[in-house]
Each structure stands twice: as structure tokens, then as C-alpha cells.
Design a protein around this ligand. Structure first.
Ligand code: NAD
Length: 236
């Protein structure tokens, strides 16, 4: 039977790659976007079971409406992938409270609210939170807010796994560097230095992370719960 899947921030990058894997498996996928309507619609054009769905995950009312629409159309939800995220790197001394809060609000609070309301229409299934190695132990300057949000997502994962067991498995994936638009501004020299810290000596392609997310939502991962899977190419 087709599973009903919600992928947040799915118009591009990792989210689009995850959405495509589920769509190729003939799952019904809600391709959430905030501003990138055209990109989301273009992705959906290629798949019969893809449904673009606008929602700003920083807005609680929009999240409630998004979940209500899925309930109305499908009756239930099987899988949530909390992928939407932003980074606004700067030195701490240059970082404003507003910037700090906006990163927390999108990456952590948004995921919390999607889980809170999404769970109401889930009988069983799984939730994946896209964290980051920055949320575990990477010493990369400038991303205090981002790192705190990604560490928070790991805590959210552990707590929800307890509360939602045994019917819903909750796990986090912590990618290292990925080749997406989030890193498009990186200076070439800096990128080379970062690659030197990775045993595989390169950034991941989005699909290499997406496949792990897809696996964690499969029956083959039926005993994986409440944990964080690093996918970082051997980042030192
Ligand atoms: P990206 O910028 O291409 O994608 C982020 C997506 O989130 C975009 O589609 C964007 O529109 C969406 N988004 C942002 N704010 C939103 C909001 N308020 N409501 C709905 N959607 C919103 O970057 P990406 O690399 O594909 O990032 C995907 C996830 O992977 C993020 O959570 C990111 O933190 C995480 N991640 C990325 C890397 C990396 O190196 N790129 C590493 C580790 C983790």
C-alpha cells in the first residue's frame, strides 16, 4: 500500500532528493515548500503521486492547515521528514538575537510543531529529523544558532521516540557537508580545507543522504529507534 509521506522544505536540495526516492517507490508525497512554489510544482509534475503543499514551518497556523489538508485528502499520515532548515552564519559578536531566534524557530521549533500536529493523524509509521554533525561535535565557527538548533533536534528525537513508542519510530540523520545550495556561497579554499577533514575527501551528494533516510523509514529498519545516524563520509 502507498505510504503517505510529508517532506518539509522539499522544493530543492536534500528535501527534493528525499521526496523523489519516496515517489519512485510509489508513495504519496506531500512536497512542502515555503517560497519556492515553482520549484515544488516542477518536481511534482514528473510524479503522479506528488502533491505540492505550501506551509511556512515557522507559522503554527500554517502547520495546522497543512496537516488538516493531508487528513482531509488521505485520512492519515505515515511518515514525516523534518528537513526544512536555514543557516545564517556569522561571528557571535555580529549575531543578533533576531537572527539567532529565526534559525531556532525554523529548524527546531518548526520541526517540533510539525511532529506535534502531524502525530495527531499518524496511527503508526516513522519520523526522521534532519539534524547535522554540527549538532553533535563539529567545531565550525559562526554557526552557534544552527548548531544549537541541530543539537535540539537530537534531543527532540530522543524525547519523541519515548513518547511515540511503540507505534511510531523516531530517528535523526546527522549529515556532514552536502552539495546543496546551502553551501553555494562557500569559498573554494575553505571548501578544500573542509574536504581535507573528510576521509572520503568530498562533500556528499544529496542522494547519498536521502537513501539513508529512505532506509530508516523502511521495514528493514524496523528495530532502529530513538537514535542518530551520522552520514558524514568520515568527518574528523
Ligand atoms: P537548502 O537550502 O537547499 O534546503 C532547505 C529547504 O528548507 C529549502 O527548500 C527551503 O525553502 C526550506 N525552508 C527553509 N525555511 C523554511 C520554512 N520556514 N518553511 C518551509 N520550508 C523552509 O539546503 P539543504 O542542504 O538541502 O538542507 C536540507 C536540510 O539538511 C536542512 O535541515 C539542513 O540544515 C540540513 N543539513 C544540510 C547540510 C549541508 O551541508 N547542506 C549538512 C547537514 C544538514
Amino acid at each position: 500500500m502507498n505510504r503517505v509521506v510529508l517532506v518539509t522544505g522539499a522544493s530543492r536540495g536534500l528535501g527534493a532528493s528525499i521526496a523523489k526516492l519516496f515517489l519512485e517507490n510509489k508513495d504519496i508525497v506531500y512536497v512542502n515548500y515555503n517560497h519556492s512554489k515553482m520549484e515544488a510544482e516542477n518536481l511534482c509534475k514528473n510524479y503522479e503521486l506528488a502533491i505540492p503543499l505550501k506551509c511556512d514551518v515557522t507559522r503554527e497556523e500554517e502547520i495546522k492547515e497543512m496537516i488538516a489538508k493531508i487528513k482531509e485528502e488521505q485520512g492519515h499520515l505515515d511518515i514525516i521528514i523534518n528537513n526544512a532548515g536555514i543557516a545564517k552564519d556569522s561571528l557571535v559578536e555580529d549575531k543578533t538575537k533576531e537572527t539567532f531566534m529565526s534559525v531556532l524557530k525554523t529548524n527546531l521549533v518548526g520541526s517540533f510543531l510539525v511532529c506535534k500536529y502531524g502525530k495527531k493523524i499518524m496511527d503508526k509509521g516513522c519520523i526522521i529529523n534532519i539534524s547535522s554533525t554540527n549538532g553533535i561535535d563539529t567545531y565550525y565557527p559562526y554557526s552557534l544558532d544552527y548548531d544549537a538548533s541541530k543539537a535540539g533536534l537530537i534531543s527532540l528525537t530522543h524525547n519523541l521516540a519515548v513518547e511515540y513508542a511503540p507505534r511510531i519510530r523516531v530517528n535523526a540523520v546527522a549529515p556532514g557537508w552536502i552539495n546543496t545550495s546551502m553551501n553555494k556561497e562557500l569559498d573554494g579554499e575553505f571548501k578544500k580545507e573542509e574536504c581535507d577533514k573528510i576521509l572520503l575527501n568530498r562533500f556528499a551528494e544529496p542522494n547519498e543522504i536521502a537513501k539513508v533516510v529512505f532506509f530508516l523509514c523502511s521495514d528493514d529498519a524496523s528495530y532502529i529507534n530513538g537514535t542518530v545516524i551520522r552520514v558524514d563520509g568520515g568527518l574528523k
